[in-house]
Design a protein around this ligand. Structure first.
Ligand SMILES: C[S@@+](CC[C@H](N)C(=O)[O-])C[C@H]1O[C@@H](n2cnc3c(N)ncnc32)[C@H](O)[C@@H]1O
Length: 331
């Protein structure tokens, strides 16, 4: 789900105090906010005059928030409308980089923007593009074949009724364009006897959002780029909202913080290397008072690692999640 939604429509950056205590902005330095949104984290970090922020967001609509920070903080704040997998495009000077942070998912203003069609409560043409996309949910639902639709719903949505839903979509699209409300009706008709605590459309919509925004390859590429960018001693911190994201982030930190043999020619005891130090083995979760104030924060998980070594080869990370990135390539 989402980092900043809440029932009162007010913006609450999720796990803000916990994040700030990890990245220690009190000592000064440069921080990269990879998911600027409404700027909740950036604002907090900029309160200290010794800090600089490099912020990115793929959604150009966040300009209204980024331009007010630019006016207030001038050269201490830079904003780029790019995807976080394009982080390498930014030219970094000697900038005392301390931490790179990710708050994945969607902001309240994106969900409320019915033109983006991120919610199953919206009406009209399917979209789901967060910004800088190659195709929309309308393209997927109108063109993807039944088998591939089934794979997308099953793997990205863990939807039990993937096959039946895909079959119905392919049947219905022969006569009519499937709009958001039609997709919801199709899913309801397939799942009419299913009793569930979540809305019938939640899983299919999650799957489509992941595909349209290529969220898996975005995350994997950005984590690797971040590792290469951050100096030893720097921190990478990630807040996730669904189990697929968390599986990827957990593996990244855990796998590369375990002892590994750097060379098959050197005895293990002399050559084992770790790339991250983890001070928390378990994810950091929102407190019960935060969940009461902002209920959707209940699915948030914060994981982070401190880089302790250079030049890691991430082939096994990419291999481990190839079954997911392959699904993103189906269209
Ligand atoms: C949950 S919001 C972040 C909220 C922010 N922490 C705050 O306090 O306002 C996530 C933001 O990340 C952006 N985003 C998601 N995926 C991205 C990507 N691959 N590259 C750049 N921005 C991305 C979204 O457009 C959205 O604005």
């Amino acid at each position: 789900m989402n980092a900043t939604i809440n029932l009162e429509k007010k913006h609450f950056p999720v796990l803000l105090d916990e994040l700030v205590s990890i990245i220690s902005p009190l000592y000064g330095g440069t921080f990269i906010d990879c998911t600027f949104g409404q700027g909740g984290y950036s604002k907090k970090i900029l309160e200290n005059k010794k800090n600089n922020i490099i912020a990115l967001d793929r959604d150009k609509d966040v300009h209204k928030y980024s331009s007010s920070l630019k006016i207030k903080y001038k050269d201490r704040f830079k904003f780029y409308n790019i995807k976080f997998s394009q982080l390498e495009k930014i030219k970094f000077k000697n900038n005392n980089l301390k931490a790179i942070i990710f708050d994945l998912g969607y902001s309240i203003s994106q969900i409320k923007n019915s033109q983006k069609g991120l919610s199953f409560l919206d009406k009209g043409k399917l979209n789901m593009k967060m910004g800088i996309n190659q195709f929309s949910a309308h393209d997927v639902i109108s063109n993807m074949d039944e088998n591939n639709l089934t794979k997308v719903f099953k793997i990205f949505g863990e939807e039990r009724y993937s096959k039946k839903i895909s079959r119905e979509i392919v049947k219905k699209r022969e006569d009519n364009i499937i709009k958001t409300e039609d997709l919801v009706k199709i899913i309801d008709s397939v799942k009419k006897y299913q009793k569930s605590k979540i809305h019938n459309s939640t899983k299919v919509f999650q799957a489509l959002r992941i595909l349209v925004n290529k969220e898996i390859s975005e995350l994997i590429n950005a984590l690797i780029i971040s590792f290469n960018l951050i100096p030893v001693g720097g921190i990478i911190a990630v807040i996730t909202f669904h189990s697929i994201e968390d599986k990827i982030v957990k593996f990244f930190f855990k796998h590369y913080s375990e002892e590994r043999n750097s060379s098959r020619y050197i005895p293990e005891a002399e050559s084992s290397e770790k790339y991250f130090k983890l001070t928390h083995k378990k994810p950091i979760l929102p407190s019960s008072s935060e969940i009461i104030k902002n209920p959707p924060s209940r699915s948030a998980k914060l994981r982070y690692g401190i880089k302790i070594n250079q030049n890691c080869n991430f082939n096994d990370f990419r291999d481990k999640f190839k079954y997911l990135t392959d699904v993103e390539e189906l269209i």
